[in-house]
Design a protein around this ligand. Structure first.
Ligand SMILES: *Cc1c(COP(=O)(O)O)cnc(C)c1O
Length: 370
């Protein structure tokens, strides 16, 4: 946490704005809107934002929705909430995000059958943007709206534009482990003000105006309890003031790993694509078992034995039991990244001393030290 968060929370208590209306909420939306240049809606989670986003873009039962296979399950669960069907697309090796080439091949086939998906979603994993121009071009050609899952990419840009602002709808997360956090929370942004107004209504149980003047609770549409509270908005408000600092800290952590591993064969970083900045929300590396002398799994287990948490790059959704019945285009790249990729401790509060312990543990498994 930075310095201002508690005072904004205190303000909410002092003024007794403890529910889903209040100055912190208004302010947090204003700040994000101003920084990104688009209307914004504060929500209870990023998952809620993706769910409302899919509904806004017209997803109905049995519709198909494009989802990158390599992502967190929250990027796909809302597709099932709507009884729609995900179609998974493999990653490309440069950014590790959705491969536009494989998306194109799929869309060409589907256009011939007149069975195009309803929505395309992309994720910007670990703080790096997907190859958006190529995706946008396909979305335009086939007239399919694009939802950007920018939960991991607050602070990231694509050719100078913030991720989340380029598609029809963008979604951020303020969950506890993200670049900045409200302990929980999310944000939906769109240039379409109509979308923001609709999502605001849906997020607070879709209450209609009571023209009878009685303050009756009248509902004509299905709604949700998805709004952020004014208390948590106070935390988000304070956190937005330290976003840049957090990005610098995460990049600092990554740079130290990079430097420490620079002479080691068999370990290399997630590449940084030329089209944007990489915030290094997580520091990810790829292990070549032959060259390194140990596998990714050996390293994760050894770190765990030293009480250091690390994990593989996301397990592809097409290999998850939950999604076993759905189609996947390709998948080998995502599987390889999951088998060889490792996310190392990356917190902005990681001390240099603790990071040195991580580095020493990783190095101790290299064939040159045995
Ligand atoms: C964290 C995350 C989400 C969900 O955000 P929550 O705020 O935790 O609901 C969605 N997609 C990706 C890629 C994420 O990492």
């Amino acid at each position: 946490m930075g310095v201002a968060e508690l005072s904004y929370v205190q303000q909410a208590f002092d003024q007794n704005w403890l529910s889903t209306v209040g100055p912190n909420l208004t302010e947090v939306e204003n700040i994000v809107s101003e920084q990104l240049g688009l209307p914004a809606l504060a929500l209870a989670s990023g998952t809620a934002g993706i769910h409302l986003g899919l509904k806004l873009l017209g997803v109905k039962p049995e519709d198909e929705v494009i989802v990158p296979s390599l992502t967190f399950v929250a990027g796909c669960n809302p597709v099932l909430y709507e009884h729609a069907r995900p179609v998974f697309i493999d990653s490309e090796n440069l950014s590790w995000n959705l491969d536009p080439q494989q998306l194109q091949e799929f869309l060409i086939k589907r256009a011939k059958l007149n069975r195009l998906p309803r929505v395309v979603t992309v994720a910007h994993l670990f703080g790096q943007s997907a190859d958006l121009d190529a995706v946008i071009e396909l979305c335009r050609r086939y007239e399919i709206p694009l939802l950007e899952d920018a939960a991991e990419s607050l602070g990231t840009n694509y050719k100078g534009k913030p991720t989340g602002t380029i598609g029809d709808i963008g979604v951020f997360s303020f969950n506890g482990n993200k670049m900045i956090t409200a302990t929980a929370g999310g944000m939906l942004i769109s240039k379409n003000l109509n979308y923001i107004d609709k999502a605001r209504k849906w997020s607070t149980q879709s209450r209609d105006e009571d023209s009878g003047g009685l303050n009756n609770y009248i509902h004509s549409e299905l709604g949700y309890n998805y709004r952020m509270s004014n208390v948590l908005a106070g935390i988000a408000r304070g956190q937005l003031e330290v976003l840049e600092e957090r990005v610098d800290q995460r990049r600092g952590v990554f740079d130290r790993y990079l430097e420490a591993f620079s002479n080691l064969e068999g370990i290399g970083p997630q590449p940084e694509a030329s089209w944007g900045n990489h915030t290094r929300w997580l520091s990810c590396f790829l292990i070549d078992e032959k060259e390194f002398g140990s596998s990714q799994a050996d390293i994760i287990r050894h770190l765990e034995s030293q009480n250091i948490e690390s994990r593989p790059v996301w397990k592809p959704l097409h290999s998850q039991p939950l999604f076993k019945d759905y189609e996947c285009v390709g998948g080998e790249v995502a599987e390889d990244l999951n088998r060889r990729g490792i996310c190392l401790p990356s917190s902005s509060s990681l001390t240099e001393e603790d990071q040195q312990r991580v580095i020493d543990c990783v190095k101790s498994l290299h064939r040159s030290s045995r």
